[in-house]
Design a protein around this ligand. Structure first.
Ligand SMILES: Cc1cc2nc3c(=O)[nH]c(=O)nc-3n(C[C@H](O)[C@H](O)[C@H](O)COP(=O)(O)O)c2cc1C
Ligand SMILES: Nc1ncnc2c1ncn2[C@@H]1O[C@H](COP(=O)(O)OP(=O)(O)O)[C@@H](O)[C@H]1O
Length: 298
């Protein structure tokens, strides 16, 4: 996958010698089931038309620029993780446009001319509610007009779960309520975060206890004790996890892994949130109690 970072105003050389492509458009936080419908359709069209499969996304989230007074966005998939997700889905060209105040002021037609047509896009795929251009005035109807004679447009209709639109906002809501068990119906998989172990120790028989640092860009479920799956060095283990604190550098998670006979060092850890067990029962000074137990705390 080729990743192309774009910033307004674009240099002329950026658009030179580009191969014709299909572009899927959106922010795609989480790459949830609705997003997958768009990406799969774009991939299929690219194959049929023998064009490159491209995605055009933005960073940071438009809300951070449009509403700077609000707290910075926390992501389901920070940019690096989203990039890995696109690569796994077979994206060949990833355009990441830096969302700046100047870029946000482009009219819908200017955006189409300068960003979509310049990259030899022959087909746009986006969801029914995709908007673009200053004040979000462009929509999928205007896209058809703006693309006339230049590119075709495929609109993906609403993908729902229990009559509700699957959206990153809905998933953020589930996290805020600790409803991680419901997330696979929206995300197509459990909610996952990547972290770095700060320290770990063996506890009792084959239990490992560790503290994990999670990047500040990640959105976490509401504080509490959770059942998790922990992946380290290509193996996965059952475990429990609770949040110790969040500060400006990120979050710290306390994780206890069950029946873990892993002897090697861990450099990176994936935590999949499976179920909520109970609200915040343990304060920091209760940590020693964890260490002394042979069994998982549940
Ligand atoms: C060039 C451009 C300018 C935009 N300007 C605005 C804006 O002024 N106000 C707004 O609410 N959204 C604006 N948007 C953001 C869109 O409304 C939308 O949130 C964003 O493109 C992400 O699309 P998605 O949420 O459907 O993935 C703009 C988008 C683009 C591409
Ligand atoms: N449930 C859905 N069904 C169809 N299209 C969707 C759905 N959710 C998002 N999209 C489309 O996916 C792209 C990315 O949308 P985005 O705004 O990032 O997602 P979300 O609404 O989940 O925050 C847009 O083209 C949008 O219209």
């Amino acid at each position: 996958m080729e990743t192309i970072h774009l910033r307004y105003p674009m240099e002329k050389t950026t658009v030179c010698n580009r191969e014709s492509c299909v572009l899927a458009l959106g922010f795609f936080d989480g790459i949830h089931v609705g997003h997958r419908a768009i990406l799969e359709k774009a991939k299929q069209i690219a194959k049929q038309k023998q064009l490159k499969f491209g995605v055009m996304t933005f960073f940071p989230h438009p809300k951070d620029i449009l509403f700077p007074e609000k707290k910075p966005m926390k992501y389901l998939t920070p940019l690096k993780v989203k990039e890995e997700g696109f690569k796994e889905l077979g994206v060949e060209k990833l355009f990441i446009v830096e969302f700046t105040p100047d870029f946000s002021a482009l009219s819908p037609k200017e955006f189409v001319d300068e960003y979509i047509c310049s990259f030899k896009c022959k087909h746009v795929v986006a969801g029914f509610d995709y908007c673009y251009g200053a004040k979000g005035k462009g929509n999928m109807e205007t896209m058809v007009g703006h693309g006339a004679g230049k590119f075709e447009v495929t609109v993906i209709s609403k993908v729902k779960h229990h009559y509700e639109k699957i959206s990153s906002t809905a998933i953020r809501g589930l996290l805020a309520h600790g409803r991680v068990r419901d997330i696979p119906s929206y995300l197509g998989r459990p909610y996952q975060v990547q972290g770095t172990p700060l320290y770990y120790s063996h506890v009792g028989q084959n239990n490992i206890f560790m503290e994990i640092h999670v990047d500040r860009e990640y959105r976490l479920p509401k504080p509490g004790l959770y059942k998790v799956k922990v992946e380290v060095n290509d193996s996965s283990y059952e475990g429990v996890c609770h949040q110790m604190f969040i500060n400006k550098n990120g979050a710290s998670l306390l994780v206890q892994m069950k029946k873990c006979d892993c002897k090697e060092d861990f450099k990176s850890v994936n935590i999949s949130w499976l179920d909520f067990i109970k609200g915040e029962p343990n304060k920091l000074n209760d940590m020693n109690k964890y260490i002394q137990r042979d069994e998982l705390v549940i």
